[in-house]
Design a protein around this ligand. Structure first.
Ligand SMILES: *Cc1c(COP(=O)(O)O)cnc(C)c1O
Length: 381
């Protein structure tokens, strides 16, 4: 089966992990800080804090942006459940706003009408790696005194108006995931980037039980040199040096990974531009996608046949996936009382099929995908 996405690990990656295993520190040694420094440098942000997963990173970012019990936050339903769940962890309520038909990103023009006095935060998701309309989102946030956290789990290496996603030029914090299907991997892992020192300090503490060892941050006079303080309820969301070493090694390959993803995406664009089965995704002028996914969308004539089409892909060895079931459809969210159906999100869900896209995808595998697309186009009518 050709999957829709997978990691690329080479000997150099393996060597860097083995080195850590032989060193005195396998967790909380020098590699975590090095990885963070390199990430911050790559994205052009002041600070990066690495976490045990993208979900932990989202949780920490929302906490550090001040989200708490009884608050509301705005996000997109076309995302992985974790984007919304991480707010629920804090007792806050996700408010889903409809997406743009073309990009699957949150429609910034619909955000203001969804705001209430309880709204504290906006969380755009850069779907498939293409940036959301950040300038507009920043403008709304400033006007209403809201924070912005970018869920950039799809968008490491993407650009918005010439600046890297992760530079936090339009947000308070940006979250990445290093799950194996994402651009670089640490096994499990994630990170938050920010330019705000106060957010940075909270992230560091949230990752480790809400504890600080910094004397200048103590609330009480230290009892002695052993003293540390727990100042709020945090978690153990630490990443290990083993993982960070893999992350550092992977980050070196990111430019090559991105180039390969873009090349494959461009080949899909060319080969599918006259397809009667699929509409092809497009980049708007303000952004450059990191191409985490290749989200093809079925044309009207094939809409009713999605199940059948999806099944044929699988039967013929193409591991397509659908990104995403709108989050509010999940039984857990229904039980919380969400009964909505947002028009464009529903339409996007009906049409979307993610075709295989990852740096290690071979030419003959790409050709096999195209062959199956052509077979389906002719056989299903
Ligand atoms: C992968 C992903 C996450 C969660 O990241 P994990 O590292 O798997 O916890 C969150 N949001 C989006 C959009 C993702 O794609």
């Amino acid at each position: 089966m050709i999957p829709y996405g997978r990691q690329f690990i080479d000997e150099e990656d393996i060597k860097s992990v083995v080195e850590v295993l032989k060193s005195p520190f396998i967790t909380q040694g020098p590699k975590v800080a090095q990885f963070e420094e390199k990430l911050a440098e790559y994205c052009g942000a002041r600070f990066a804090v690495a976490f045990s997963s993208g979900t932990a990173a989202l949780h920490a970012a929302y906490f550090s942006a001040g989200l708490s019990e009884g608050d509301e936050f705005i996000t997109s339903p076309i995302t992985f459940a974790a984007t919304a769940n991480a707010g629920l962890f804090l007792g806050a309520k996700p408010v889903f706003v409809d997406v743009e038909r073309d990009t699957g990103n949150i429609d910034a023009d619909l955000i203001e009408e969804a705001l209430t006095p309880k709204t504290k935060l906006i969380v755009p998701v850069h779907y498939a790696g293409f940036p959301a309309n950040m300038e507009k989102i920043r403008e709304i946030a400033e006007k209403h005194g809201l924070k912005v956290v970018e869920d950039a789990c799809h968008a490491l290496g993407a650009e918005y108006k010439g600046s890297k996603i992760g530079s936090c030029e339009y947000s308070d914090a940006t979250v990445f995931s290093f799950h194996p299907v994402k651009h670089i991997t640490t096994g499990e892992g994630g990170a938050v980037l920010t330019n705000c020192e106060d957010v940075y300090k909270k992230l560091i503490m949230f990752r480790s039980h809400g504890i600080t060892k910094n004397a200048e941050d103590f609330e009480n006079p230290p009892h002695g040199p052993w003293y540390y303080e727990m100042q709020f309820l945090g978690y153990n969301y630490r990443i290990t040096d083993i993982q960070a070493a893999l992350g550092i090694s992977q980050l070196k390959k990111l430019p090559a990974f991105l180039k390969k993803r873009r090349e494959i995406a461009e080949r899909y664009q060319m080969r599918l531009k006259d397809s009667s089965l699929f509409h092809t995704p497009e980049e708007k002028s303000y952004g450059k996608s990191a191409w985490h996914l290749y989200p093809a969308t079925l044309k009207d004539e094939y809409l009713a046949k999605k199940r059948e089409i999806f099944t044929i892909f699988l039967e013929k060895g193409i591991g397509v996936q659908v990104h995403y079931i709108p989050v509010y459809h999940h039984p857990f969210y229904r039980r919380l009382g969400y009964s909505l159906k947002l028009e464009n999100a529903e339409d996007f869900y009906l049409r979307e099929i993610s075709l295989p896209l990852y740096p290690a995808l071979k030419d003959e595998e790409f050709e096999k995908v195209i062959e199956v697309v052509n077979w389906i186009t002719e056989s299903i009518r």
